[in-house]
Design a protein around this ligand. Structure first.
Ligand code: PEP
Length: 258
């Protein structure tokens, strides 16, 4: 089963709306030079901070590059100061939303139940979830990696069981995020294959269509090798994706995995 790779940038709390527009001009022109090769070979998305969504969306409107949100609230509306709802993201034209990023889990106390509620909100909508899962260094060293990621994925599948191929999973080992330390392709593949098994058990043949991205210090120099693994269907990039040249190289690596 061939899955269309997805390469998504997660800018975190970086780039103002003006900087996002400048990035888009540069990045779109780099991608235009590869239009034929890119066409139907890879999907690209960028998740800016919420204040840049509108401006970035306008800058990307003539391109095939999708807009993604970094987060949303599970409630549809209400007295929730500082939060952002699904309908706001739909209105801005978002195609994807990250849920369960490890920074949300670790710094903002999001639980598996919170993440599952967000997935349920996204189910059946125009915005597809990119569910982030991953273990801490302590969990890896204690041999709990597969149990942790299974728990994070299963918590979502228990609640939002109608997501099917709209679901994208991103395996992001916490010890590799922003540390410059990347999982080796073999280590990442092992976890991706285990995640695929969980998906198959729960969803049957439909699991073959679900993309599992790798994230954690992805750079132009390691993207090709990571993306050549059979169960790695794209990348979620943080730091390197802030630079249009580096992000373009990661996207191009998805076309020619080494
Ligand atoms: C991320 O936080 O989603 C990420 C992958 O970050 P980095 O590439 O900087 O490790």
């Amino acid at each position: 089963m061939s899955r269309l790779p997805l390469v998504c940038a997660n800018w975190k709390m970086n780039h103002t709306a003006s900087e996002a527009a400048r990035f888009a001009d540069d990045f779109v022109s780099r991608m235009a030079a590869h239009r034929d090769a890119l066409n139907e070979s890879v999907e690209i998305a960028i998740a800016p901070a919420h204040p840049a969504l509108d401006r970035l969306g306008r800058s990307l409107s003539d391109s095939e590059i999708h807009l993604a949100a970094q987060n949303l609230h599970a409630e549809e509306s209400g007295a929730l100061t500082g939060e952002v709802s699904l309908s706001m993201l739909v209105d801005l034209g978002c195609r994807y939303a990250l849920i369960g990023h490890s920074e949300r889990r670790q710094l903002f106390g999001e639980t598996n139940e919170d993440v599952a509620a967000k997935a349920l909100r996204l189910q059946g909508s125009a915005v597809r979830p990119i569910l982030c899962v991953g273990e801490t260094l302590e969990e890896r060293e204690s041999g709990a990696t597969l149990e942790v990621v299974d728990g994070q994925l299963s918590a979502v599948l228990d609640v939002a069981d109608g997501l099917a191929s709209d679901l994208v999973v991103a395996y992001e080992p916490v010890w590799a995020i922003g540390t410059g330390r990347t999982a080796t392709p073999d280590v990442a593949q092992e976890v991706h294959a285990a995640l695929r098994k969980v998906l198959s058990k729960r969803l049957g043949a439909g699991a073959d269509q679900i993309r599992i991205l790798y994230g954690g210090s992805v750079k132009p120099s390691n993207a090709g090798e990571l993306l050549s693994q059979p169960d790695i269907d794209g990348a979620l990039g943080g730091g390197a994706s802030l630079d249009p040249e580096a992000f373009a190289s990661i996207v191009l690596a998805s076309l020619e995995p080494s």
